[in-house]
Design a protein around this ligand. Sequence first.
Ligand SMILES: [Ca+2]
Ligand SMILES: [Ca+2]
Length: 261
Amino acid sequence: MPAKILSNVYRSTIESILTSSITVWYGNCTTQDRKALQRVIKSAQSISGAAFPLLQDTYNTRVIRRAHNIIKDRTHPQHHLFTLLPSDKLREDITTQALDTKRHMDRAVDHTHHVRRCSMKMPRSCDVKRYEDWYKVGTSCVMYFNETLNFTDAEFRCRKEAPGGHLASVHSRRANNDLNCIVFKYNKKSPRIWLGGFELFNSRKWVWIDDSNWDFQAWVPGEPNNHFNKEDCLEMNWKEKGKWNDDRCLKKKNFLCSFTY
Ligand SMILES: [Ca+2]
Ligand SMILES: [Ca+2]
């Protein structure tokens, strides 16, 4: 049979079936499906000796044509999807997106650098929305604040910083290490920080300001010594890395905030 007739037979039967409503289904096909369909066209080509367009090209052409029709038709339910953003808004969107991407990359770089610097493993990022730059320690998210405040002001700063926020409490050796890692990442030179522990009215009983249980401690040997009977608040990294000391609450130190979720 002449190639022209074969080609017409193919186009009027196989191709019309193969590409019927192609804009609807082709986009969701797997690569495997697409290859299988393309094989049908290939067979038709080798039988008829004529060249047929690639299925992908047919799809592209039809999608573009369909989009044009929708753009032209104001009554089409999907018409609004094709309205152009005003140029200012568009620029703003692109800038925000670019900044977001940069911020994410900076963070990623930051986190990676630190893994190398810190002898212990750096805790991973907090998975609470808007607090992704905080760190996940146990069931809490923690952040270092490089801002010297007395114990009370630091606590209020933490409350303002996050819902349920407080100066950080510590409940395990591992968490203590994680917190210390965060501190040294941000301020190696001056790592003395407030944690959320304080002595309850000279009772020698220590409590956490976030009301969690006092179930772990890591004092420097000889502490808490309540020096001059004036030390009621808990600091970390005085004298020994990762160890605790009682200090005067009015002293100003950097601090760690945390919230549990
Ligand atoms: Ca005391
Ligand atoms: Ca002390």
